[in-house]
Design a protein. Structure first.
Length: 260
């Protein structure tokens, strides 16, 4: 896989775990509830296209859990400071699940440092009659199986040996996710009012078989963001970047190249 670095940096007094690799235009990828403490195949693939920056959010992974972290809005403002401190410009901002929701929250506040936005199965919206999966009520096995369409991938995840450190990180991630998304469940009641402020090319990617955030949430996102493109991926669950990497990369290439 592509070479990468792992380091800890301080942003406004908060120590952040940061993975980085590749070269070229910058992509800032925001992880979901599961975190991003290990360099994954999709990261290596993105690093062949971009200077890929993958932080662990405050409260996740090996990053600090700061006393100021209460809501998804706090993370959004943190990442505006993060991009300013690292002087990231013309950023291709992407995020999956909770990270996609976070990316949208960042973009409604400011797109000054953004070039494109890619939302991958994002949370954030509520649509009456559309029931989300509840990761807080599912067992670990249910959560993993409901994440993937291809159950062979689920079985591989369930059978993998996990170190004590990574088990502790997973528990930390779960607690922080509960803090950010317990009530209301994985949405911001005000987000839909401000999505029209997003003024950079936007790609929405969704697995058609997502059991966590149903694909019925995709069209409302597309309708709310001016000029947004929606790509649905068949036979795919909640993590297109893992389950359908080629299709995910095709969508990323389309939005990045289209904004060139």
């Amino acid at each position: 896989m592509a070479d990468h670095t792992s380091e800890t940096i301080a942003v406004n007094g908060t120590n952040i775990e940061l993975l980085r690799g590749g070269a070229g235009e910058t992509m800032l990828f925001l992880h979901g509830a599961g975190g991003a403490s290990q360099w994954a195949p999709y990261m290596a693939a993105l690093a062949r296209r971009f200077d890929l920056v993958v932080p662990s959010h405050p409260g996740y992974g090996r990053s600090d859990t700061p006393p100021w972290l209460d809501t998804i809005h706090d993370l959004a403002f943190f990442y505006l400071d993060f991009m300013e401190q690292l002087d990231l410009r013309d950023v291709h901002l992407a995020g999956n699940s909770l990270g996609g929701w976070l990316a949208a929250e960042i973009a409604i506040r400011s797109t000054a440092r953004l070039k494109t936005l890619t939302l991958v199965s994002p949370g954030g919206l509520h649509v009456k009659g559309v029931k989300k999966g509840d990761i807080f009520l599912w067992s670990n096995e249910q959560r993993v199986r409901n994440t993937f369409f291809d159950q062979k991938l689920a079985e591989a995840r369930l059978s993998a040996e996990v170190s004590q450190e990574l088990a502790d990180i997973a528990l930390k991630n779960h607690f922080t996710t509960a803090k950010l998304a317990w009530s209301p469940r994985f949405h911001d009641p005000s987000l839909h009012k401000w999505l029209h402020r997003i003024d950079v090319p936007t790609m929405i990617v969704w697995g058609e078989n997502d059991r966590i955030f149903p694909v019925a949430l995709a069209e409302p996102y597309k309708a709310a963001i001016p000029g947004a493109e929606l790509r649905l991926i068949p036979e795919c669950g909640h993590l297109p970047q893992q389950e359908k990497l080629d299709e995910f990369l095709t969508a990323v290439d389309a939005i990045a190249n289209g904004a060139a």
